[in-house]
Design a protein around this ligand. Structure first.
Ligand code: SF4
Length: 280
């Protein structure tokens, strides 16, 4: 059994919070550049130019890409042959988020209670998704989630009789309702299947998949393509100023579900769909 001190997890999460907020994944940057090249509206093209300049400035000046540095969503895949030492895992995760947001001078956006609404002043607690996997590695992903886009997310409990066209149209309708609020061009994470809460988790997980990778099942890859095409025909355009590039990518994640149901969810991502990962 491999031993790993939780201090290493804190330190990795601190670095990932800072990195994810300053530098987008390479494939996301490429996707934005492709969107800029494909955009037909002159105003939309100008918005893309500003976005690209902003990404470059953030990287060079070591500043956050966006003022909303998000709620820290942390995914940990913990190998079952790892024995964690040195303290409590939850505390270690939150220490990493505290250090990342305080030392990295990132905006603190979390309130400790949804109704009392007092800022915790260090962006804790994180939203932690922990899964136990085989092996003796620990994979950590930090995905800071801005709420301009998060607020535009939806979930619908559909029936098994629903057609694929109806699923596509519902997802496109969610994007139409969102309009300019999620700071388009969007990245749309879609969850299909599971139960109520797993379906929402699938959509969040979909946002952490590379925007250049299509679903390995042709059935779902085809749905991703159809959704992307239809969302881009909405004409919302970059930052809602109109244009042909409303959506950069649609990522679907699916899972087994009950014979009586078909949950579908959309987790909306913005043009700053961030995540950074490492393996310990
Ligand atoms: S939705 Fe995204 S780009 Fe818009 S303010 Fe929030 S984090 Fe920033």
């Amino acid at each position: 059994m491999r031993e790993l001190n939780v201090a290493e997890i804190s330190s990795a999460i601190k670095e990932l919070c800072i990195k994810a907020n300053r530098v987008l994944p390479d494939d996301m940057c490429e996707c934005i550049k492709c969107g800029a090249a494909a955009e037909k509206s002159p105003v939309g093209k100008g918005v893309f130019d500003d976005m690209i300049a902003n990404l470059e400035a953030a990287k060079k000046e070591e500043l956050p890409i966006c003022q909303d540095t998000g709620m820290a969503v942390v995914f940990i895949e913990l190998g079952q042959d790892v024995h964690l030492t040195g303290g409590d895992l939850n505390e270690a995760v939150n220490k990493g988020v505290h250090d990342g947001y305080v030392d990295g001078l990132l905006r603190k956006s979390v309130v400790g209670d949804p109704l009392e609404r007092v800022n915790t002043d260090d962006n804790t607690p994180a939203v932690l998704h922990l899964s136990i996997v085989s092996g003796e590695k620990v994979k950590i992903t930090v995905a800071p989630k801005g709420f301009g886009s998060e607020n535009m997310s939806q979930l619908k409990m559909m029936t098994p009789a629903v057609t694929k066209e109806e699923i596509v149209d519902w997802v496109v309708g969610v994007c139409a309702q969102a309009g300019s609020n999620p700071c388009p061009p969007m990245v749309v994470g879609v969850g299909i299947g599971g139960d109520f809460e797993q379906c929402a988790y699938l959509a969040k997980k979909a946002l952490c998949r590379s925007v250049s990778k299509r679903n390995p099942k042709p059935l779902y890859a085809e749905l991703e393509a159809q959704m992307l095409e239809k969302i881009n025909k909405l004409g919302i355009g970059p930052q809602g100023f109109g244009g042909t590039q409303t959506c950069l990518a649609v990522n679907i994640e699916q899972s087994a579900t009950h014979i009586a149901g078909l949950p579908v969810s959309v987790n909306m991502g913005c043009h700053v769909t961030r995540h950074a990962s490492c393996e310990l």
